[in-house]
Design a protein around this ligand. Sequence first.
Ligand SMILES: C[S@@+](CC[C@H](N)C(=O)[O-])C[C@H]1O[C@@H](n2cnc3c(N)ncnc32)[C@H](O)[C@@H]1O
Length: 355
Amino acid sequence: MTANAQLMRNPARLEIAVTPQLFPEMCPIAEAVAAMADAGAEARGAVFTRREVVEFILDLAGYKAERPLHEIRMLEPSFGAGDFLIPAIQRLVNAWRVFAPAADASSLADCIRAVELHTETFNLTREKVICALVEQGIRPQDAELLANSWLVNTDFLLSPIDSLFDIVVGNPPYVRQELIPSALIAEYRARYETIYDRADLYIPFIERSLKGLAPGGQLAFICADRWMKNRYGGPLRQLVAERFHLKAYVDMVDTDSFHRDVIAYPAITLIARENSGPTRVAHRPAVEAEALTALAASLSLPDRPVEGGEVRAIAGVVHGPDPWILESSDQMDLLRRLEASFPTLEEAGCKVGIG
Ligand SMILES: C[S@@+](CC[C@H](N)C(=O)[O-])C[C@H]1O[C@@H](n2cnc3c(N)ncnc32)[C@H](O)[C@@H]1O
């Protein structure tokens, strides 16, 4: 399908304003976006998250029905089949019924912004959202209005977003650069400072989501952990070091986090737009609802003392573009001492490579 046909079918795409007639020089980008919007699961990095893990991430981010969620704004930048979106909507409606029982459903119109590029997935999930709202007692016409206000079928990295968010949650797409049309990756590179070397698509997703946080806002993502240590993650680590607080890290390697077993090294990170501080760290929790609820509580309350062995607090994990050492404080102390006392291997004349 051409970009123009996409635009006619879905005016939300007008946000990126790339019709061949209007901006011929941008045609390759419009065509590339349209191609990605019709691409198969691998080309779009589509991997869906298990319900227990989603509930854990929502808890960790503070998107909890005990709070007046109707007063805060939440973003899901790549909602796929709605694995985050549907539970989040259920929490929102439950909170709204408790905190604002007299308010009209239309008052929820600005509470959620959720983006998905793949048109077929977008349409299916839109129907799911409407059904979920109706099941929660919202009138069908209001459910439709809310879905129209909340959901956008576009490229998250190219479309304008008009406000800041208190909470961002999700599982951004994993797409290697080789799978992205060259016109599109060039456009992403021009817009995102953290796309460096062979950075995967989830890198600019994290950058844009972080920059979209309101002061005090929090992002909780599950995604590959490679960027926390490797070369291409350097600029994104630098950005986190300069402007954010890595509050929590949960190593999810060898856990059943997804519906398909595809990501070799998944991790959950909680990053806040606030002054830096220690990081709470946990490794490979059991994917069970009760255990994860308790773990979210110990990870997300920085004032609560760390109890038992499951969670540890590590200071100084984030340090410029340096790789994050999240295994233990002892390892970190040793590394920092070695760094202070010796030159790097490269400075000492060694060549370091992969393989
Ligand atoms: C890893 S899946 C995650 C889905 C959902 N958040 C979840 O965890 O179950 C990534 C989703 O991002 C979508 N996607 C890929 N590129 C995108 C883009 N540039 N903008 C918005 N969505 C995109 C894919 O179609 C896919 O549905």
